[in-house]
Design a protein around this ligand. Sequence first.
Ligand code: FES
Ligand SMILES: [Fe+2]
Length: 349
Amino acid sequence: MAFLKNIWYVAAWDDEVAPGRMLNRRLLGQAVLLFRDADGTVRAIADRCPHRFAPLHRGTLKDGAVHCAYHGLAFDGRGACVLNPHGDGTIPKAAKVTSYPVVERHSAVWIWMGDSALADPALITDFSCMDKTAFHVGKRYLHVKANYQLETDNIMDLSHIEYLHAGTLGSDAVKRAALDVAQDGDVVWSKRVTRAERLTPYLEQAMGVPPGQLVDRWLDVRWTAPSNMLLLAGATATGRPREEGRETPTIHLFTPETETTTHYWFAISFPQAMGEMGKAMAEEHIEGLSIPFATEDLPMLEAQQQSMGDSDFWALKPILLAGDGGAVRARRVMDRMLKEEAATATVAA
Ligand code: FES
Ligand SMILES: [Fe+2]
């Protein structure tokens, strides 16, 4: 399976790339090294020295340059060799490493692993609900031993919350939910509304619903390629308009590490206007969500991957249920984008 190259992927939360420190991470099968320049700008270069291929993250970061631990060559954030401590110090022409375009936006670091001439920051999906200037953002990271598209399926088909998260996020109203799938260009929406639902005590508390109050709950998920989702969730007393409820965004961002492992960044946000309470809620809620994600979703996703082994998803002929519409559309968009990219690469070659 190939990965889409000419698209922005999340590489890290912004605060994972701390000043003066290096973060090595495999993305799309490639070893990448993230760090900040002397002026604080995030950089990403290949994590492999061109001399004897030592991983550069074993070296040291000094004044924005990475010094290889093996024989001391140093590389800057653009991948240029800036120091050869051997011989007369001449820098060999081939002494450079690949550098990747990176942009710090919406509390995340975005990376472009394809043709850098095409890396237009305007193509980054809008996740401004994670902008720290206007929101308190609670965020976490999980490593998952499963393919990233299984994660798309998981978020786009929330019928699973009734089963996998029965005691935390689900209820038996979920399978009777009204579903609406919509596509706008390459953006896919999967919208789910439950009526007259009795929430779990955990959700009543999290969503500010009085105990026992029957509610209408909406779970609207926006998918954009490759596997980034915005989930807008809210509830109102049954029959009441949405405007009376509070809608809270959670964000689910997935980047393949390999074909069978995935980086998962998730977040929740509350407006800065809520002051200290919003800040406390962001932390409390993301901690609360981490538990079902890590102890209920993650083991299922990993078991699914083991069960599928190396088989192609479609080759296994999955049966389709009522809730699968959004996830299938997202997969179709990805299949088309992958085909188009492969065709362009062939023409270019
Ligand atoms: S392997 Fe990096 S300087 Fe030799
Ligand atoms: Fe889940």
